[in-house]
Design a protein around this ligand. Structure first.
Ligand code: FMN
Length: 388
């Protein structure tokens, strides 16, 4: 970043600034992936291999980025992915991001692990937010969360299936976020001391730093560490498709299964009654040996054969990536880290600005591939797809 750079105009711009502003362990928690971060790199690099066709001499005076996502009108085929602890990146961060998404006209997804509960987020916006759920051992509590989400206005549930156990995110160990004893704590304190802007905005004024959806169940919660034991004891690795069928019976709204990469898993999700799947490897944070979502997308689209919508996430970094994904059959994309970086830097205004950038980039890419609408975009727009 040069001192002459004034306005952030890309995800990289926001990431560089976020790195400056955040305590190291929080930046690492966002930016990092599992093990050697090979899948994390693949998510990004694979997009770059897909080339589009430049089409000329077509009337592209009526370009529109509008679409529908699970039947809901959206200004562009983008939703904000669920991101745990976003409220540690900016004061009441989930609420700020949800407001930005509402202004732009796309869905925001609140995470089970959010600092702001889904009720707090829904109370701050008028358009319906999506809610992401992990299966917990305590099924009554799961039902209670579903009820709270529904009662406060959520109509789309994103159920994440790729976290049977957490991946090995080495950065979190190195920087003292997980384990590390007193040395780890001392390192974290030093990281906090060198982040004064963050300390004022979030550390002091962003309280309470609880995980809002879970706080009712964690006795004597004093800080985020109090939640670790609870979460670890509650994550349920026994979950199977039978539980998805159970969930389908509990939830009357739309159901999106997030975290499938294989065609037969995608079909199984739809057979359980889901309306769609997110082809995702959790942003490279789980199994560091799997292919990128964009590489697996065409297989999944083929397997669904029009029965259910396919979404993809992981490595989407600009509007051109969105056009690449839609051309390969996605109904839309989710983005995770990009919105978190923009939020860390400029709060709601940052997320709004970034989404504006994406929308303009999508419009330009549509026009230059010679189409006026998302609906007209298909494989004809793809020049080379070396990933298949
Ligand atoms: C810091 C962080 C926290 C995340 N927390 C959650 C979560 O609570 N639930 C979930 O389903 N996915 C979670 N994800 C995964 C994202 O929803 C999404 O799949 C991923 O970030 C997409 O990749 P991208 O960051 O390259 O856009 C998280 C990702 C990050 C970076």
């Amino acid at each position: 970043m040069s001192i002459f750079d004034v306005v952030p105009i890309s995800v990289d711009d926001y990431e560089r600034r976020a790195r400056w502003r955040l305590p190291r362990f929080l930046y690492d928690y966002a930016a990092g992936g599992a093990n050697n971060e090979e899948t994390l790199s693949a998510n990004r690099n694979d997009f770059a291999q897909i080339t589009l066709r430049q089409r000329v001499m077509r009337d592209v005076s009526e370009v529109s980025t509008a679409t529908t996502l699970l039947g809901q009108q959206a200004a562009m085929p983008v939703a904000l992915a669920p991101v745990g602890m976003a409220g540690m990146y900016a004061r009441r961060g989930e609420v700020q991001a949800a407001k930005a998404a509402e202004t732009v006209g796309i869905p925001f997804t609140g995470s089970t692990m959010g600092v702001c509960s889904i009720d707090e987020i829904n109370a701050a916006t008028t358009s319906p937010n999506w809610f992401q759920l992990y299966m917990l051992r305590d099924r009554e509590f799961v039902q209670e969360m579903l009820q709270r989400a529904w009662n406060s206005g959520t109509r789309t549930l994103v159920f994440t299936v790729d976290l049977a156990v957490p991946g090995a995110r080495l950065r979190d160990f190195r920087n003292g976020m997980i384990g590390g004893g007193w040395l780890g704590k001392a390192s974290q304190l030093a990281q906090l001391a060198t982040s004064p802007g963050w300390a004022w905005d979030v550390g002091i004024n962003g309280k309470p730093h609880f995980l809002g959806n879970l706080s009712g169940r964690v006795a004597d919660a004093k800080d985020l560490n109090s939640y670790r034991d609870f979460v670890e004891s509650q994550f349920d690795p026994t979950v199977t498709w039978d539980d998805i069928r159970w969930l389908r019976d509990q939830w009357q709204g739309k159901l999106l299964i997030k975290g499938v990469l294989e065609a037969d898993d995608a079909r199984a999700a739809i057979d359980c009654g889901a309306e769609g799947v997110v082809v995702s490897n959790h942003g490279g944070r789980q199994l560091d040996a799997v292919a990128s979502g964009i590489r697996k997308l065409p297989e999944v689209v083929k397997a669904l054969d029009g029965n259910g919508e396919a979404y993809i996430d992981g490595g989407v970094r600009n509007g051109i990536d969105v056009v690449r994904a839609v051309a390969l059959g996605a109904q839309g994309v989710l983005m995770g880290r990009p919105w978190l970086y923009a939020l860390a830097v400029h709060g709601e205004a940052g997320v709004r600005n970034l989404l504006g950038v994406f929308q303009r980039e999508i419009a330009i890419a549509l026009a230059l591939t010679g189409v006026n609408s998302m609906g007209e975009l298909n494989e004809d727009a793809i020049d080379r797809q070396p990933l298949a």
